[in-house]
Design a protein around this ligand. Structure first.
Ligand code: GDP
Ligand code: IMO
Ligand code: MG
Length: 442
């Protein structure tokens, strides 16, 4: 049965098709020109989503992109790990920037809460001898998801329950202090002080808290449309990414259902966001990485520094086997290609079209991080356009070589390119008419 017959609102998942930082924030913002709701489904304030509107730059971490569009509802789903202090800081900063937050932003009562001992454990384990250093964002994300899956986490509903909060913090601190001391020689945390701070934060968070699964399903029934906002990217997904160099959540499109309580049967389309090249921040496999002047040039032109940590991002050429894999595990029907302008200076653009492992062609992603060392990338050189694209607003007006580049991506991935981004600003966007029609953006 199609959506129209069911008379409910349309839905689309925005998913990072690479290693994160593909420009998801900008694209979510473009979609909110007609979508009613944006629901974040995974991750926490490890994310940094940049939105630029008329030259003014916002970096969102926990709050979904819809907040910047008056009248759009933003929802932090149950799949998110919420740091109460980071949340309140972000809400305050948005308020100072003149953004109306109250009444437009809701937090799931089932989202997990990040507490200071999660950061303590992460710091200890990242620096411990004998442990694999992931190069995390040090926000306590991994340990908080560990507690969730270990069924000993604190959820937002529990944060609002003063007695339960007190007991939870007391018990958790006793345990974590003992483990932290024994394993990492960490300084113990003061449970009383923590309780006071988090009980006060809870009071400020309470007005935002809802059963967001009910909220979202109702909104759909009322005909409202929803963008599910992914954080991180496919190759950082806990199952499908370059494990263990991944984040601790389901960042792929399946996470949109489990992370919001909207069932898979109500998801209409999946939109994969990819840069016209590749970046990665933190440790782990990156087959097309450039460690030479060309990589440095991409970093400079693309301003490739982490939105959250400021770390320089690693850079490389577009990796089509990786993108095909992202297409498969996410079910991507539309691709959005961002940062096309970053390649404007090139007269030739190498693209990885296949992997060989031990001399044999393969379409599979290695299951072990160490196997990536044996991957030999097969490159094809595409024609560059060597002309600025950031002022182009129509697909037909792109240089012929740029259109060829995009057509090649379509041919190699089987997904259609629905939107092209040629600069950070909301306005620096090319929409393909068929995409506009299908997504109802007109
Ligand atoms: P996200 O985490 O996927 O939302 O992406 P980030 O915001 O972390 O990183 C993307 C960066 O690229 C941000 O600085 C954006 O402002 C910028 N950006 C997005 N689209 C474009 C584009 O088409 N061209 C250029 N030059 N920059 C872009
Ligand atoms: P957005 O949503 C890019 C990376 C970290 C590290 C690994 C694990 O802006 O695309 P974590 O703190 O999550 O345990 O770190 O994942 N990482 C990101 N890289 N963009 C992100 O988010 C990321 N969030 C986490 O650098 O390698
Ligand atoms: Mg980012």
């Amino acid at each position: 049965m199609d959506r129209e017959k069911l008379n409910r609102g349309r839905t689309a998942v925005i998913v990072g098709a690479q290693w994160g930082d593909e420009g998801k924030g900008k694209i979510v913002d473009v979609l909110t020109q007609t979508f009613h709701v944006v629901a974040r489904y995974a991750g926490g304030h490890n994310a940094g989503h940049t939105v630029t509107i008329n030259g003014k730059r916002f970096i969102l971490q926990l709050v979904p992109g819809g907040i910047l569009r008056p009248g759009c509802m933003s929802v932090i789903g149950n799949g998110v790990v919420l740091d109460p202090m980071a949340f309140l800081k972000e809400v305050a900063a948005l308020g100072e920037a003149g953004i109306k937050v109250e009444g437009n932003l809701f937090v799931s009562n089932r989202a997990q809460v990040i507490l200071p001992y999660h950061r303590m454990m992460e710091l200890g384990s990242e620096n411990a001898p004998g442990r694999v250093k992931i190069g995390t964002t040090s926000r306590g994300i991994g340990p908080s998801y560990e507690d969730k899956m270990g069924r000993r986490g604190l959820r937002v509903a529990d944060l609002l329950d003063r007695q339960l909060l007190c007991r939870h913090i007391e018990n958790a601190c006793r345990e974590k202090n003992m483990i932290g001391h024994a394993l990492f020689n960490s300084e113990p945390l003061d449970a009383d002080k923590m309780f006071k701070e988090y009980a006060a934060a809870a009071e400020q968070i309470a007005p935002f808290v809802r059963d967001t699964a009910v909220l979202l399903n109702r909104a759909l029934e009322e005909g409202k449309s929803i963008v599910f906002e992914g954080a991180q990217g496919t190759m950082l997904d806990i199952d499908h990414g370059t494990y263990p160099f991944v984040t601790s959540s389901s960042s792929t499109s399946g996470g949109a259902a489990t992370g919001t309580g909207v069932p898979p049967t109500k998801i209409d389309t999946v939109i994969g966001i990819t840069k016209a090249y590749c970046t990665r921040v933190g440790g782990g496999p990156f087959p097309t990485e450039l460690v030479d002047v060309e990589g440095e040039e991409l970093r400079k032109r693309g301003n490739e520094y982490g939105a959250v940590t400021g770390r320089p991002r690693r850079t490389g050429w577009l990796d089509l086997p990786q993108l095909r894999y992202a297409g498969m595990v996410n079910g991507i029907s539309w691709l959005v290609v961002t940062k096309l302008d970053v390649l404007d200076h090139l007269s030739e653009i190498p693209v990885c079209v296949g992997y060989k492992i031990d001399g044999k062609a393969t379409e599979e992603m290695p299951p072990q991080a160490c196997d990536y060392e044996r991957v030999e990338c097969q490159y094809r050189t595409m024609r560059g356009w060597a002309t600025p694209t950031n002022k182009v607003r129509k697909f037909e007006e792109l240089p012929a070589a740029a259109r060829e580049y995009l057509a090649f991506i379509e041919k190699e991935t089987g997904a259609r390119v629905g939107m092209i981004s040629t600069g950070p600003d909301r306005a620096e966007t090319i929409l393909v008419p068929e995409f506009v029609r299908e997504l109802g953006l007109d």
